[in-house]
Design a protein. Structure first.
Length: 365
């Protein structure tokens, strides 16, 4: 056999069969794409979406309002889970818009967050800081060569068009087993989407996901969480441990009155016994100074309670009502602008909701 053929065969035999994608090599780092990790935090199959990092199926482009569709391109709440024994982890990611806002850190808008499971607990590692539409970051190095489980959270307020995980040549990267537990499905507003967390892992759904060890699906749409019928149709088609509806900040009292019962009936038609949780308007910290804001918040909460009571009186079971008083603390220190939450506010809100879930005996199935 000619020498060059032997060398060619040896090169194929020695290549690790880790991914179906052709990995990109840079120095001693090999980058692997979506065939090498689980995409979590989404209740929609990849085959139904325009991009694997979208939040709505492409069939909903003409069903939902345009602002909802545009925001669905933001990768809020989506994470990538993988195992690797590499002594270092790098990441490359591409953004759709390179969004900027004057009240939210760019690491939260369009950065990525790496967590690692340590003794069964998801533990923060590092954040990839964005610099342009195309980004690359070294997240950790100097590790011992043992297999670890990682989770990488994607940008909250920008679209993600491509992600690659970089590991050292000769190391392995594999997909963990899929989580068979049913997720918690959240539907709501900019606060749910992640405004204004300093980094993607600090949105309250992701905190809850780590603390309860369950996948959480984030249907937060900035300014546009309004209990729309198409969204009721979509979320009702996702089998869940329970549904959490947290839309009041984006609605008027009349919209609440008109929308709660149709939303609940749409979910209940496909999910006869799955709990539906309605959450009051998160407390606006400026409301103690502005009577009009306080009145508006109270009116929406009262409208929610009135419609909730109608559902209960009408015989609908497995409904949960959660008040918002004290949900982000009582010191007015939980927001960046009186409305949107800081990391402190998000941690408090996540802990508050977990406590209420437990009080109401909600379980993960």
């Amino acid at each position: 056999m000619p020498k060059f053929i032997c060398l060619l065969l040896l090169s194929f035999i020695g290549s690790p069969a880790i991914s179906q994608e052709s990995p990109a090599k840079k120095d001693n780092i090999i980058y692997y794409g979506k065939e090498s990790f689980l995409i979590e935090g989404t209740g929609v199959a990849e085959s139904e979406k325009e991009s694997p990092y979208d939040r709505l199926p492409k069939s909903y482009k003409d069903k939902v309002r345009k602002p909802v569709w545009d925001l669905s391109k933001n990768s809020a709440g989506i994470s990538l889970r993988f195992n690797s024994n590499s002594t270092s982890v790098k990441v490359k990611w591409a953004l759709m818009n390179d969004t900027k806002m004057n009240h939210m850190a760019e690491t939260g808008i369009k950065g990525v967050d790496l967590y690692c499971k340590v003794k069964g607990v998801w533990t923060y590692v590092n954040t990839g800081r964005p610099t342009a539409k195309e980004n690359e970051a070294s997240l950790i190095n100097g590790l011992s060569q043992i297999e670890r489980e990682y989770k990488l959270y994607l940008p909250l307020y920008d679209g993600t068009t491509k992600v690659e995980i970089g590991i050292e040549s000769g190391s392995t990267i594999t997909k963990p087993a899929e989580d068979k537990k049913l997720p918690i499905v959240f539907y709501g507003t900019s606060i749910l989407q992640g405004g204004c967390a300093s980094r993607p892992g600090m949105v309250f759904t992701s905190i809850i996901s780590r603390k309860l060890n369950v996948d959480c699906i984030n249907f937060g749409f900035s300014g546009n969480g309004r209990m729309d019928p198409p969204m009721a149709e979509l979320i009702s088609g996702i089998k869940a441990s329970y549904y959490v509806i947290d839309c009041l900040p984006n609605m008027t009292a009349k919209q609440v009155t008109d929308s709660v019962i149709p939303l609940a009936k749409a979910i209940r038609a496909k999910n006869p016994k799955t709990p539906i949780v309605f959450v009051e308007n998160v407390e606006y910290t400026r409301a103690i100074f502005q009577a009009s804001l306080l009145n508006s918040m109270n009116e929406k909460n009262q409208a929610l309670k009135t419609e909730f009571d109608k559902l209960v009186q009408g015989g609908m079971k497995d409904l949960i009502y959660i008040g918002a008083a004290g949900s982000i603390g009582t010191d007015n220190e939980g927001t960046v602008d009186g409305t949107h939450l800081t990391d402190l506010g998000y941690l408090r809100y996540a802990d508050y909701l977990i406590e209420k879930f437990k009080e109401n005996k909600l379980t993960i199935r």
